[in-house]
Write a protein that binds this ligand. Structure first.
Ligand SMILES: [Zn+2]
Length: 315
């Protein structure tokens, strides 16, 4: 059996998965907070090592030599070794791969790093909702808004390695500040982090006790109950996501628009309005053969895709 490791690094936690690379069966997975005394790659490496030890205890043999792929919520250099900008990780121009390899005691060049959205899409292509798909646009709305494009079966990487940053496409007249440092981005309207801050300050007429103020499900319920302010925000979010997605679908004429992410999962009515609006804004000839699909691997997609990248690039 060929074994491979995939890790998904978020703003607070890391998840590690061990896969059988022939069947893509997930054999073990673990999760751990990584932000300790500092937020350095070395803190992340320490948490990763501790998680690996847990996996080794559960599986019964050493795993430290296995190919390792890591997905990060960050813009990476074209070779994937440097984090150019990772606002949710707190890193800018960090020599991530070098420092991880040194801290983990692995040889240079032994870790494959990719963007977290690329990892999700690679996972869905390898063993999920997009197996066999040759052209695809992905849009995921969660804490941030991310995307990816696959053309002729290959993930589009871009000259600088940052293709797919759909969350940072600009909206006409947009003025809201974005986590990336610019203003008017899709993510500044439709990203969970920005939306959450906005919702926190609001008191909808339909509030129920015990709900998280920043929960998109609360926004959706208030809108459905007729709250005009909530309805206005839902319409803004739907428009921002649909303008971006339909523009990409009109331009690339893909087989599949793959959608997902926590915001769309928590607010299913908003999600179906987004899908309908996207179709209505997409050029008719591009829409005719377009299929909208949801990812089928859930949280596992990013782990599997990172592991898949490791096999492709390292083995
Ligand atoms: Zn931005």
């Amino acid at each position: 059996m060929r074994l491979v490791l995939g890790a998904d690094v978020g703003g607070t936690h890391l998840r590690l998965g061990l896969f059988d690379a022939d069947s893509w069966q997930l054999l073990w997975q673990g999760k751990r907070g990584w932000r300790g005394a500092d937020d350095s790659p070395e803190s992340l490496a320490a948490a990763l090592l501790a998680t690996l030890r847990e996996a080794e205890a559960a599986i019964g043999h050493a795993l430290t030599e296995l190919p390792l792929g890591m997905g990060l919520a960050a813009q990476l250099s074209p070779d994937g070794r440097t984090v150019v900008n990772g606002p949710n990780l707190g890193w800018r121009d960090v020599a991530f791969a070098d420092r991880m390899e040194a801290a983990l005691g692995r040889p240079a060049g032994s870790i494959a790093v990719c963007n977290d959205l690329s990892a999700i899409v690679m996972g869905e292509l390898a063993a999920g909702a997009a197996v066999g798909v040759r052209s695809l646009v992905a849009l995921y709305a969660g804490t941030g808004v991310g995307g990816a494009a696959v053309v002729e079966g290959r993930l589009v990487r871009g000259t600088g390695g940052t293709a797919g940053e759909v969350g940072h496409m600009k909206l006409p007249g947009g003025q809201a500040p974005c986590g990336c440092g610019e203003v008017g981005c899709v993510e500044s309207v439709a990203g969970g982090a920005s939306l959450g801050r906005r919702l926190h300050a609001m008191h909808f007429a339909t509030d129920l006790a015990g709900e998280l103020p920043s929960d998109p499900a609360r926004l959706e319920r208030a809108a459905l109950a007729g709250d005009a302010e909530a309805e206005g925000i839902v319409a803004e979010v739907v428009d921002a996501l649909a303008f971006a997605a339909s523009g990409l679908c009109t331009f690339l004429n893909p087989e599949v628009l793959l959608v997902g992410g926590g915001l769309l999962e928590r607010a299913p009515v908003l999600a179906s309005r987004f899908e309908a609006r996207t179709l209505s804004l997409t050029l008719a000839v591009a829409r005719a053969r377009l299929e909208i699909r949801r990812g089928s691997l859930g949280d596992e997609a990013g782990l599997l895709g990172a592991a898949h990248q490791a096999l492709q690039r390292l083995v």
